[in-house]
Design a protein around this ligand. Sequence first.
Ligand code: MN3
Length: 203
Amino acid sequence: MNANNMFELPKLKYSYDALEPYIDAKTMEIHHMKHHQTYIDKLNKAIAGTEWEGKSIEEILANVSKLDVAIRNNAGGHWNHSFFWEILSTGGASPEGELLEAINKSFGSFEDFKKKFEESALGVFGSGWTWLINENGELKIINTKLQDNPLMDDAPVKGVPILGLDVWEHAYYLKYQNKRADYITAFWNVINWQKVAELYGSK
Ligand code: MN3
């Protein structure tokens, strides 16, 4: 947020083509510059002149059940995408240490976790997100619809998101068309596991 109390598009820590060939440069550019920017513009417009202008995005999410649906959708859109850019990277790594132990404890193994996450993401009907959340030390996989997330005050399952996948068609359609399963499988190659570990609290 800048001095004018407006939310702003966060800069990516990598270039649009950094996640090739798993997520293509054109998709990244449009997703970041157009889709994410639009959520921000609409959010700024929706809160302008209200008591929510100048409040943090987390504060807005924690009160979203009382707010206009335009604030809900666009505040969710802004938070979710800001989060998504952070947990992506050129990847190549896999979880280790305390995070891996927590995954093994909650899901049996990393392979079992991946399978469950993929099934969950495939099961999102229409537009939404799949999350790995930390709910008081227990890791859970949940789906949310549209731009909802587990930080919203009326979320059916609340927790701290440590990994998330955007399964709106705009996130993959240019490269994968209707083949959401291929996009989900490709996701494993571009995860910033260090960031996920940090969000879990083990780094
Ligand atoms: Mn998106």
